[in-house]
Design a protein around this ligand. Sequence first.
Ligand code: IPD
Length: 290
Amino acid sequence: MKPCEEEGPGAAAGGDPWKECMEAAVQLARRAGQIIRKALTEEKQVSTKTSAADLVTETDNFVENEIISALKEKFPSHRFIGEESTAGGSKCVLTDSPTWIIDPIDGTCNFVHRFPTVAVSIGFAVNQELEFGVIYHCTEERLYTARRGQGAFCNEKKLQVSKETDKSKALILTEIGPKRDPETLKLFLSNMESLLKAQVHGIRVIGSATLALCHLAAGAADAYYQFGLHCWDLAAATVIIREAGGIVIDTSGGPLDLMSCRVIAAGTKEMAMFLAQEIQTIHYRRDDEN
Ligand code: IPD
């Protein structure tokens, strides 16, 4: 697959074929962050998508349009998967083509409530392999970045996951996901109960899957699991965690499937396997089935 050099001169400089793409992602994430920061305290038009807890605002749509149209102009042959474009009916399929995977506001429910844990997430895959990830924490102005094989950083400070292997010393992160039917809630609460009975130190839910995963990459928590997140919540964060030395796998303990809407991430293999053994599956439709 030809890299960004296809699109213009100087793109493949320094033997890093996707450098220009990553620079564009950083610039667009920062610009989106400014828009989101400003909109956070303003009145919003809020609608629901798959459930009463799955929210979207005009800012989600505006930011996604801004990012995708800027990237399309620069890289016309690339493909795009965006949270709001998918909600609007676009196909969510990962091919071998260079593909941008975008969540314009991760933590939309937080955004609606002015709870300041919101991020922009931009991941990039080629030949179905994740090449880089950029996540911008809009209110704290923290930029998380990682390029495959080149480490993970937060505002240029190198990230390193926790090396904790003992479940009784674990701080675990999760997110609730959009479904609220009785069966889903029963499984969600029973998973929490199992972990608490296993005597972990604590469980946290912050309302943004991408930022929770960034905390894991920074060593501020030991493990993460979730059912009901999407490829746009996972793409950029997966590169960041792996480059910070962590593990991102399927909830069964097998390899990650980006479209499966489920994940375990951890600083160590022991912690990941502990979660895989403890938690029960909550079924969600795959992203590429829509
Ligand atoms: C959601 C948030 C939420 C998580 C969902 C995500 P959105 O993303 O990260 O905390 O539970 O699974 O899809 O809708 O705010 O972009």
